[in-house]
Design a protein around this ligand. Structure first.
Ligand SMILES: [Mg+2]
Length: 177
């Protein structure tokens, strides 16, 4: 499905545990890919909250196929994948679609059957949209971030958000005139 803007998430949630699982299932989504830093855990943290562990187990019990797709290195990503008992792919280079599509392949699903959940517009949402997945933006787990993310990416995100809002207002004004 062609998207109107590659920077616009299909859905925005506060926390991964707020994912509308019934709705996603009804829409044919069978796979969920998650970013790691500030989506599943705090930035660079190896600590996984007990609720997060239970949530990942519940997702798989419901029949969702789950994977982590992170730009971080293997030493950081693999232990979390083991802890959550899911496929964990590191060095993804998002917004590149290569590892996102590889994850879908590994789960035996098409991009149309898969959603991507992440906290960053310029990596997660852009990558997911480019690859043809349902894109879900989540708020950060914790405010601590890599300085480049905090000072550059978030500034760009706010700019993109403002531009999208302006576009929406223009479209609305046109349809009302
Ligand atoms: Mg992240």
């Amino acid at each position: 499905m062609k998207k109107e803007s590659l920077f616009r998430a299909d859905l925005h949630i506060h926390h991964i545990r707020e994912l509308p699982l019934d709705l996603l299932w009804q829409q044919g989504i069978r796979g969920l890919l998650f970013d790691l830093d500030n989506t599943v855990t705090a930035w660079r943290s190896l600590e996984v909250a007990e609720e997060t562990r239970c949530f990942f187990a519940a997702l798989q019990q419901r029949g969702f196929r789950v994977a982590i797709v992170s730009n971080s290195d293997r030493a950081r990503v693999a232990p979390v994948g083991e802890l959550l008992d899911v496929l964990a792919l590191s060095g993804a280079g998002k917004p590149s679609v290569r590892t996102i599509l590889h994850a879908c392949d590994q789960l035996g699903l098409s991009p149309g059957q898969t959603a991507f959940v992440g906290d960053q517009l310029l990596t997660d949402i852009l990558g997911a949209n480019r690859a043809g997945l349902t894109s879900i933006l989540t708020d950060v787990v914790h405010p601590k971030e890599f300085w480049g993310t905090r000072y550059l990416s978030r500034w760009l995100e706010r700019l993109i958000h403002a531009l999208l809002l302006r576009k929406d207002k223009r479209t609305e004004a046109k349809s009302n005139s």
